[in-house]
Design a protein around this ligand. Structure first.
Ligand code: SF4
Length: 359
């Protein structure tokens, strides 16, 4: 197999994609790229990487940013806890490590938002330390080459693949090995129609020899995705003759942590209109009269790993200046200030559709 690994590294050096984070061994840039690329495609992640590195060229710049501006730059990537942890980690790296990323993988793993995968990526790609990086591409390549039938979403799989990767890299540069396997998975050993004819690992590949590429990697069946219905109330109030909106800042945990949206009901079944209005009056989001429904949106669909979200927006205008119906836990902002607030993609899409913010 060593000869195959040699072929793989040679292949990588002349065939890899030019990606901005490949041109550096600066741990800050590598860390940024790894956080951005979690649950994000490379082509989608590149502009975000460029924007972040331009606005925050060092960990010191990022550490002194505030959460709202970081979230605004992050908008569209989803999973905002990545951005919030990124900011916390930057602050800790500056405060505790004087701006130097630790080299010890165990210290890296203690930083907010840095799990075993990201820690191994920073340690190997920035410091060339012998830690395996096991992502979907690596699972696919190694399971096919070695005919490993352990389901990759089962308990011990990660440890098994990590051990194998670290054995294979032992006589090579860890940074080069990790990047080469991942790149082979992205460009040649793809999920569908792997390009075995041009693969540097072909001569030692179990799946190729048995014509079983489609049977690897093995996956255990997934739990069914749950559907959650969101009924949003976009409540307009006139204050000083100017239309204002009531905005909600979400809790510190869960999806969309700390982002802004509107008061909403989250239910397992769709709410019909009468029920939704009745519940909103009970919650005192609306007065018993003196309001009118301006618009009810179509359904907006948003897919998460374990959930399908179906959202509907009910736009309501409260007549007169009914300040008693301002909800104290909510922000009251001018329509024109909406752009300053980071919102979930689904809400952003609605706001653009109804032109509350410009396209
Ligand atoms: S020979 Fe085919 S299946 Fe085997 S590693 Fe290469 S591309 Fe993947």
């Amino acid at each position: 197999m060593n000869e195959n690994i040699h072929n793989l590294l040679v292949w990588y050096q002349s065939n890899h994609r030019q990606l901005p984070w490949r041109e550096t061994s600066n741990p800050y840039f590598i860390w940024l790229s790894e956080i951005i690329l979690q649950q994000t495609r490379v082509d989608q992640g590149i502009p975000y990487y460029i924007r972040f590195t331009e606005k925050y060229p060092s960990v010191f710049h990022l550490a002194s940013a505030n959460q709202q501006e970081v979230f605004k730059l992050w908008q569209g990537l989803g999973y905002y806890n990545r951005a919030s942890n990124m900011l916390k980690a930057a602050k800790e790296i500056v405060a505790v490590y004087q701006g130097e990323f630790p080299k010890d993988i165990n210290l890296l793993k203690k930083l907010p938002g840095i799990g075993p995968y990201t820690a191994a990526a920073i340690a190997s790609l920035a410091y060339n330390l012998p830690h395996g990086v096991v992502d979907g591409n690596v699972y696919r390549v190694l399971s096919r080459v070695y005919g490993i039938s352990t389901p990759i979403n089962s308990g011990g799989a990660h440890q098994q693949f990590l051990k194998l990767a670290e054995e294979l890299m032992s006589t090579h540069s860890p940074a080069l090995f990790n990047q080469a396997v991942m790149e082979l998975g992205a460009l040649i050993c793809k999920p569908q129609n792997p390009d075995c004819t041009n693969c540097p690992l072909q001569s030692g590949c179990f799946a190729y020899s048995q014509n079983q590429q489609g049977n690897f990697p093995v996956k255990a069946p997934k739990a069914k995705q749950q559907t959650l219905y969101l009924t949003y109330f976009v409540i307009s109030v006139i204050k000083n003759q100017t239309p204002h909106l009531q905005l909600n800042q979400r809790k510190k945990t869960g999806i969309w942590a700390n982002l802004f949206d509107f008061p909403s009901f989250e239910t397992k079944q769709p709410l019909d209109m009468d029920e939704a209005i009745h519940n909103a009056i009970e919650k005192k989001w609306l007065p018993t009269d003196s309001f009118h429904i301006k618009h009810v949106s179509n359904e907006y669909k948003h897919l998460l790993t374990h959930r399908i979200l179906l959202a509907r927006f009910i736009s309501i205008e409260i007549e007169n200046n009914l300040s008693s119906h301002l909800i104290k836990s909510l922000l009251l902002i001018k329509h024109t200030s909406l752009l300053e607030y980071p919102v979930p993609v689904l809400v952003d899409k609605y706001l653009r559709d109804v032109q509350l913010i410009r396209q």
